[in-house]
Write a protein that binds this ligand. Structure first.
Ligand SMILES: Cc1ncc(COP(=O)(O)O)c(C=O)c1O
Length: 214
């Protein structure tokens, strides 16, 4: 058993908790009203196939419903990916979100680390990625990166997508914080994911939309 402590459970008063980085502005406007109007529906079982949500997300991202998988938080999907895709080796940037390494470890997969450092402003070097990317494995890339905030732009992400495709490696692009950036409006990554089949784009309701774990 590995002893792990999650942030967000600080005792009240006197402590400002930066460990879970949830939007301090709170829930999107209007959501409170929608929830209270529909509160009686909590008595029904939720739709196990999330049919309507998938339909709306498919419309939003211009993809088909079969291309969407939903989890209770993206962490659930981060843990499913190594198992579902039989990933033996995966590259990741450090420092980054610790759950990738944990999920890989639980699956018996090997993690390969590409270090970035403060002295270089945590810059992610595309040539070093090309030199370290395993073939037929995975690359867990967090964009923008947690905790450094390093943001790769669309042309850099497209370069990595092509690189992964050539190596037959699955790119797991974790965009949990993308809505905080000007890159959020672009649909290219998700459309790409559908077109070439070797990209998994992860989005989350936790950070920008302040609905943790949904
Ligand atoms: C980079 C990153 N991805 C994913 C998650 C998990 O998000 P969720 O709440 O959707 O499981 C976190 C949570 O801290 C995160 O920092």
């Amino acid at each position: 058993m590995i002893d792990r402590i999650h942030g967000g459970n600080c005792p009240e008063g006197g402590i400002v908790d930066f460990s879970v980085n949830i939007n301090p502005l709170g829930l999107p406007g209007g959501l409170r009203g929608i929830i209270s109007k529909n509160i009686d529906r909590i008595l029904q079982y939720p739709d196990p196939l999330s049919t309507r949500l998938k339909m709306r997300l498919a419309e939003l991202h211009g993809v088909s419903e079969e291309n969407i998988a939903l989890g209770n938080g993206s962490i659930e999907l981060i843990h499913l990916i190594p198992r579902a895709f039989g990933i033996k080796r995966a590259l990741m940037i450090t420092p980054s979100f610790s759950e990738y390494e944990f999920a890989l470890k639980l699956n018996g997969s090997k993690s390969i680390f590409l270090n970035t450092c403060e002295k270089e402003d945590f810059r992610i070097d595309l040539d070093r990625i090309a030199g370290s990317l395993p073939s037929s494995g995975a690359f867990f890339l967090c964009n923008p990166n947690n905790p450094t905030g390093t943001l790769l732009h669309q042309d850099e992400v497209s370069y990595i997508v092509r690189l992964c495709r050539r190596r037959r490696t699955t790119l797991v692009l974790d965009e949990a914080f993308i809505e905080f950036t000007e890159e959020a409006a672009r649909k290219a990554v998700i459309t790409n994911a559908v077109k070439n089949g070797s990209v998994i784009a992860l989005r989350s309701l936790t950070k920008f939309f302040a609905m943790p774990g949904l």
